[in-house]
Structures are given as structure tokens and as C-alpha cells.
Design a protein around this ligand. Structure first.
Ligand SMILES: [Zn+2]
Length: 76
């Protein structure tokens, strides 16, 4: 339950600042990476999924955005 909260906090950090550095809540060894997957790549403002993954332990969390925010789907 506590770890779940950390993942939600991580999602919130990335929503505010896509360049946030967030340690994996699971293994705490690596920083999380973000991958945005639009429902429709020709219309990214239609929303999609954000996959937040740890490159070390491969644990991930998927957040759904129907009304994308400004840090959604921007190329890094
Ligand atoms: Zn991890």
C-alpha cells in the first residue's frame, strides 16, 4: 500500500516536471523512465497511456490520461 503511494507520487512528479529524477519505489536502485503512448499518434491531445518503468527491476505503473497535461508526450 505504501509502495502504491510512491508510484502515484512518481506519476505526479513526472506530470509536473517530465525531467524529474525519481528512484524506483520497488528496488530503489535505478531512476524511473517514462514512455508516453498516445491512443492516436496523429492526435496526441486525445490522450493515452503513460508507462513509468524501472530499468533495473522492470516494475512499472501505467497511468491513463484522457485530458493530457503539458508534459504529456513531448519528445525528450
Ligand atoms: Zn526497480
Amino acid at each position: 500500500m505504501k509502495q502504491r503511494k510512491k508510484w502515484l507520487d512518481a506519476a505526479e512528479s513526472f506530470r509536473i516536471d517530465i525531467h524529474s529524477i525519481v528512484k524506483c519505489p520497488n528496488c530503489e536502485k535505478e531512476n524511473l523512465t517514462v514512455l508516453d503512448i498516445a491512443f492516436n499518434t496523429n492526435a496526441i491531445n486525445m490522450g493515452g497511456e503513460r508507462c513509468i518503468e524501472c530499468p533495473e527491476c522492470r516494475k512499472f505503473e501505467i497511468v491513463l490520461y484522457r485530458n493530457p497535461h503539458e508534459n504529456w508526450c513531448i519528445k525528450k
